[in-house]
Design a protein around this ligand. Structure first.
Ligand code: 3PG
Length: 396
């Protein structure tokens, strides 16, 4: 895709679509500012080049104008990180926005109100996209987390604003999630977890064509066990995916991929943080128990396999890590990846969503090669799909 470094920026009004969809608590306080921090390098670069930045994002999934989804609570943190007073608009289009843009100095930032306050945003209506575009000279998309949405501010707007290029965050995400995955240093391992195999089929199939080792964990493994005839007790099983699980095992075999399923399991007598727990072989889960984490033998086998690799991609936790009693398997993966990155230079990519939360909870976020800011977007990329927000950019 077209890059930011090549664009002529002095005095230019730049429409920057970022993903500032951060979690806010009931008091409208930001509880995780990762996405704001991740958006800073592109905005700072533009400001240093003398551009006027018109910053747009969505927040949440509002139906119409909803005060609790306003971007206003982000202004102090953004101003602090950027080192300039960010001006806030009450809307994302219209006369007030036009006036504020006209008054914006070089090196100034105007934050537009939530683009999803208009239903035209998600419908990608051309008239709305045209209005968004009308106040700017060029377009920078840094909203990787929203790049899988063909919305007015991520896709439609590129028809009216040229050049339309990727920001640094977007570029970095693509370098890792597309570049490093397509041309990995070998051996290449994928660790796929999460509760349901149905949400990870695409990822597993796509990665089976690329990896040498595939480690599976999380709630999805019980569907694989059941497919192999093991008793799984009260563990989560997707009955309609048993054949699929068998076919994935066969595909791995046919492709020469070493598929590792946990050999032991931490089972619980109920789905609760204070459940009774014990470790059992994966082949012998007792009737009234359910698997909530991978066991210590599994972790040992996984670690030995990961020790042989040069590139690792991880998507989805190994167990119910929200409950401390069932977090060990997930924490062990986070620790192993951090160790391999820092001591052996292994490329480690954390592909969004729950695994990112787990790495952050373990305090290891700064030890990985790349932690994606996208949930759905990173999943779609790993499935080998093209993201409309990327495709719409110049030279994509
Ligand atoms: C996300 O949080 O994954 C992105 O900001 C996209 O949000 P959405 O799923 O509401 O489109």
């Amino acid at each position: 895709v077209g890059t930011l470094g090549e664009a002529d920026l002095k005095g230019k009004k730049v429409f920057v679509r970022a993903d500032l969809n951060v979690p806010l608590d009931d008091a409208q306080k930001i509880t995780d500012d990762t996405r704001i921090r991740a958006s800073v390098p592109t905005i700072k670069f533009l400001l240093e080049k003398g551009a006027k930045v018109i910053l747009a994002s969505h927040l949440g999934r509002p139906k119409g104008v909803t005060p609790k989804y306003s971007l206003k609570p982000l202004v102090p943190r953004l101003s602090e990180l950027l080192g300039v007073e960010v001006v806030m608009a009450n809307d994302c289009i219209g006369e007030e926005v036009e006036k504020l843009v006209a008054a914006l100095p070089e090196g100034g930032v105007l934050l537009l109100e939530n683009v999803r306050f208009y239903k035209e945003e998600e419908k990608n209506e051309p008239e709305f996209a045209k209005k968004l575009a009308s106040v700017a000279d060029l377009y920078v998309n840094d909203a990787f987390g929203t790049a899988h949405r063909a919305h007015a501010s991520t896709e439609g707007v590129t028809k009216y604003l040229k050049p339309a290029v990727a920001g640094f965050l977007m570029q970095k995400e693509l370098d890792y999630l597309v570049g490093a995955v397509a041309n990995p240093k070998k051996p290449f391992a994928a660790i796929v977890g999460g509760s349901k195999v149905s949400t990870k089929i695409g990822v597993i199939e796509s990665l089976l064509a690329k990896v040498d080792i595939l480690i599976l964990g999380g709630g999805m493994i019980y569907t694989f066990y059941k497919a192999q005839g093991y008793s799984v007790g009260k563990s989560l099983v997707e009955e309609d995916k048993l054949e699929l699980a068998t076919s994935l095992i066969e595909k791995a075999k046919a492709k020469g991929v070493s598929l590792l399923l946990p050999t032991d399991i931490v089972v619980a007598d109920k789905f609760a943080a204070d459940a009774e727990s014990k470790i059992v072989p994966a082949t012998a889960i007792p009737d009234d128990w359910m698997g909530l984490d991978v066991g210590p033998d599994a972790t040992k086998t996984f670690n030995e396999a990961l020790d042989t690799t040069q590139t690792i991609i991880w998507n989805g936790p190994m167990g119910v890590f929200e409950f401390p009693k069932f977090a060990a398997g997930t924490e062990a993966i986070a620790k192993k990846l951090a160790e391999l990155t820092t001591t052996k230079g292994v490329t480690t990519i954390i592909g969004g969503g729950d695994s990112v939360a787990a790495v952050e909870k373990a305090g290891l976020a700064d030890k990985m090669s790349h932690i994606s800011t996208g949930g759905g977007a990173s999943l779609e990329l790993l499935e080998g799909k093209t993201l409309p927000g990327v495709l719409a950019l110049d030279d994509a």
